[in-house]
Design a protein around this ligand. Structure first.
Ligand code: PAF
Length: 285
């Protein structure tokens, strides 16, 4: 099977029409490229859910703030195409900026995801989730998939996309996939490539901190998080947030909530890393 490379909207629409005519279900895996094992795992899972898998490679300018890494975000097209072919992906859509944003930038018609997008990463990166929701809606409308897959590493993003689908009544099933990790526990991310050798050696401390929070000794969540934050900062991290929330809505946990998630965002040098860990509360701080 050969990987089809689609670069224009008419090419995508014509391929989509052919799959539909053949009665085939389409799974979409939106990415910004620089694919790693986590992305390829999404493609493999997508194949189990659908007849055809389409990956999009688009470094979306509207989700980067001023001074962020849009310009230097790694672009590795040839390696990405080889990797997608190796896992049996059917097609890849590589749109130009003008295909996604024909009206220019900033986008004229935007999706405002509301309060869920204003906390955690949204507080540190104003406008980020508006850019994500806007591009994801446009990709959904262009590809018209039956389902779409996203990694749970970007847990807040996944919740915002679920909310987008629910609020706008989009006929698309959203599948969240478990976080892919390196052997030492570091969550796989395209931004890991920015780390120096010394920072890379330090980075798994984020995952260890989340596990310690979930499993560790008592105290309130605020006390536990503050202890974990201080420990990370003593190792050289600059912590943007480290918090425990409810899995269902990212609100602060109430006394009887048991399905919780610990989330962290922290910088090592200029590289911002995020990670999270879902867990069930055993005690009740
Ligand atoms: O998670 C990502 O890679 C991006 O935010 C996404 C969902 C592809 C939108 O640009």
């Amino acid at each position: 099977m050969t990987l089809q490379v689609l670069e224009t909207l008419p090419a995508l629409r014509s391929q989509r029409a052919a799959w539909r005519a053949a009665g085939e279900r389409l799974a979409l895996v939106p990415t910004m490229g620089n694919l790693h094992a986590g992305h390829l795992g999404l493609v493999t899972q997508a194949k189990a859910h659908a007849d055809r898998v389409l990956v999009t490679l688009f470094v979306n300018p509207s989700q980067f703030g001023p001074g962020e890494d849009f310009e230097r975000y790694p672009r590795t097209l040839n390696a990405d195409l080889e990797a997608l072919a190796s896992v049996g992906c059917d097609a890849v859509f590589i749109p130009a900026v003008a295909t996604i944003y024909p009206e220019g930038l900033p986008p004229r018609t935007r999706v405002c995801p509301g309060p869920l997008a204003e906390q955690l990463c949204g507080a540190d990166r104003p406008g980020h989730f508006e850019g994500v929701a806007t591009v994801v809606l446009r990709l959904f409308n262009m590809a018209e998939p039956e389902l779409a897959l996203f990694g749970q590493k970007d847990y807040q993003q996944l919740m915002i996309i679920r909310q987008l689908v629910e609020d706008l009544a989009l006929p698309i099933e959203i599948v969240g996939a478990p976080i892919a990790r390196a052997e030492d526990g570091l969550a796989l991310s395209s931004r890991n490539g920015y780390l120096t050798a010394a920072q890379r050696a330090l980075a798994p401390a984020l995952h260890r901190a989340l596990r310690a929070l979930a499993e560790g000794p008592g105290g309130t969540w605020v006390e536990r998080c503050e202890g974990a934050r201080q420990a990370l900062e003593a190792q050289g991290f600059l912590v943007d947030y480290l918090t425990v929330r409810r899995q269902a809505d990212l609100a602060s946990p109430e006394a009887d909530d048991s399905a919780l998630i610990a989330l962290v965002a922290a910088k090592l040098g200029s590289t911002r890393l995020i990670d999270n860990l879902c867990f069930t509360r055993k005690d009740a701080p």
